[in-house]
Design a protein around this ligand. Structure first.
Ligand code: ATP
Length: 364
C-alpha cells in the first residue's frame, strides 16, 4: 500500500489541540482511501524553547526535509521572547530554510455558518490570498538596523526572482481555479506602488508576468484601498498576490470576513517542500479549554493531501482532500455542529468527531 511520511509539528497552545483533531480525521481518511499516512510527531515551538533552549531542533528540521509533507499547528507564546524582544516563531525560520515562498490562504464561506457581513453576496466569498513568504518587509527580521536609542530601520527587500515566482504561482493557481469553476480567472496585485520604489518594482514585475497569462484577468490595487474593498466587496475577488507584510495583515482581515481565524487554512509552498497550517496563532486566551475551532487545521490537512496528490500523481490523495472538504461542508450545512467561535456550543473534539463521522467517498 502507498505510504506517505507526514512531519507533524503541533507546536504550542491550540496548535496542539487542533492537531489532535486533524490526526483523528486523517486516521479515518487513510482507511477510506487505502493509503498509509505516517504521522511523525516532532518537537518545536516556544514551550520547547523554554524547556530546551532551542525552538526548532536540527533533528526536527531534518525530519521535515525528509518527509513528503509537513503539517504544522501553531507556535509562539506571548511570554516567551528571544534576546531581541521578538516572539519565538520558528515557522518563519522554516519558511526561509525550506524556501516555502508561496503563502496560500484560501477563504470561503460555508453554508450554515453566518458571516459578519450583512450583504447577501457575502454568502459567496471564495478567494485565495497568495502571500510572498521569503522577502518583502519580513526580510528585515533579525536584521533591524538599530542606531542607539534614537532610530531603528527595517528594510523592505523586493527582488525580480522573488516577485516573478510568486506572481507566476498566483497566475497558475488562477488558471486551475478557472478550469474548475468555468469562469475567467483573475489575479489582483496588492501593493503600494504610489509611494515606494520597491512596490513600483513589484507591480512592474507583476505586469510582466500577467502579460504571459492573457487568459487570466489582471489588475492592481493599493493596499489601503484593498483593505476597504476586501470588506466592501470581497465576493468580487478571485486570487490576490502581495508582498509578505501586506499578506500577513490581509490574511487576518480575510479570515474575519468568513467568521474568524478558525476557518482560515493555509499552505506554505515552495518548489520542493510544502507545509500546511491553520492561519491562526496559538490563541493563548482559549488554549487548554477545548474551545478551539479545528476547521482551519482540517482544511489545511485537506490542502496538504491535494498538494501531495499533485506531486505524486496519486488520485486517492485528492479523493481524501475532497472527502474532508465535503465532510466539513456537510456538518455545518446540516447544523450538526456550530463552533464556539460562531456562538455555538461545539468545541474542538465535537467538531473533529462530526467531521470524521461525515467522511464519505467523494462520489458517494
Ligand atoms: P499570531 O500572531 O501567532 O498569528 P495572534 O496573536 O494574531 O497569533 P491568534 O492566536 O490567531 O492571534 O488569535 C486571535 C484571536 O482569534 C484570539 O481571540 C483567538 O482566541 C481567536 N482564535 C484563533 N484561532 C482560533 C480557533 N481555531 N478557534 C477559535 N478562536 C480562535
Amino acid at each position: 500500500m502507498e505510504s506517505y511520511r507526514i512531519a507533524v509539528l503541533p507546536g504550542d497552545g491550540i496548535g496542539i489541540e487542533v492537531m489532535h483533531a486533524a490526526a483523528a480525521v486523517l486516521e479515518t481518511v487513510q482507511r477510506r482511501i487505502g493509503r498509509i499516512l505516517q504521522l511523525q510527531w516532532l518537537p518545536a515551538g516556544a514551550q520547547h524553547y523554554l524547556d530546551s533552549g532551542v525552538a526548532l531542533p536540527d533533528a526536527t528540521l531534518r525530519h521535515c526535509e525528509q518527509a513528503d509533507a509537513i503539517l504544522f499547528g501553531a507556535m509562539g507564546l506571548p511570554h516567551v521572547h528571544g534576546a531581541d524582544g521578538t516572539e519565538i516563531i520558528p515557522q518563519i525560520d522554516l519558511r526561509m530554510h525550506l524556501d516555502l515562498y508561496a503563502g496560500v490562504r484560501p477563504i470561503r464561506t460555508f453554508e450554515g455558518l453566518p458571516t459578519p457581513l450583512a450583504r447577501p453576496e457575502a454568502a459567496h466569498i471564495d478567494l485565495v490570498l497568495v502571500r510572498e513568504n521569503t522577502e518583502g518587509l519580513f526580510y528585515a527580521r533579525g536584521r533591524g538596523d538599530v542606531r542607539g536609542d534614537d532610530e531603528v530601520r527595517d528594510t523592505m527587500r523586493i527582488t525580480r526572482q522573488g516577485t516573478a515566482r510568486i506572481c507566476e504561482f498566483a497566475f497558475r493557481l488562477a488558471e486551475r481555479r478557472a478550469a474548475r469553476s468555468g469562469r475567467r480567472g483573475r489575479v489582483t496585485n496588492v501593493d503600494k506602488a504610489n509611494v515606494f520604489a520597491s512596490m513600483a518594482f513589484f507591480r512592474k514585475v507583476f505586469e510582466e508576468v500577467a502579460a504571459r497569462h492573457p487568459q487570466i484577468a489582471a489588475d492592481s490595487g493599493y493596499v489601503d484601498a484593498m483593505a476597504l474593498n476586501l470588506v466592501m466587496k470581497p465576493w468580487t475577488y478571485d486570487v490576490l498576490v502581495t508582498e509578505n507584510m501586506f499578506g500577513d495583515i490581509l490574511s487576518d482581515l480575510i479570515a474575519a470576513l468568513v467568521g474568524g481565524m478558525g476557518m482560515a487554512p493555509s499552505g506554505d509552498i515552495g518548489d520542493r517542500y510544502g507545509l500546511f497550517q491553520p492561519a491562526h496563532g496559538t490563541a493563548p486566551d482559549i488554549a487548554g479549554q477545548g474551545k478551539a475551532n479545528p476547521t482551519a487545521m482540517l482544511l489545511s490537512a485537506a490542502m496538504m493531501l491535494e498538494w501531495l496528490a499533485g506531486r505524486s500523481g496519486d488520485a486517492a490523495l485528492a479523493d481524501g482532500a475532497a472527502m474532508i472538504q465535503h465532510a466539513v461542508e456537510q456538518v455545518f450545512a446540516s447544523g450538526q455542529v456550530r463552533p464556539m467561535e460562531f456562538g455555538g456550543t461545539d468545541g474542538t473534539a465535537a467538531i473533529a468527531q462530526a467531521v470524521a463521522g461525515a467522511l464519505r467517498p467523494a462520489h458517494a
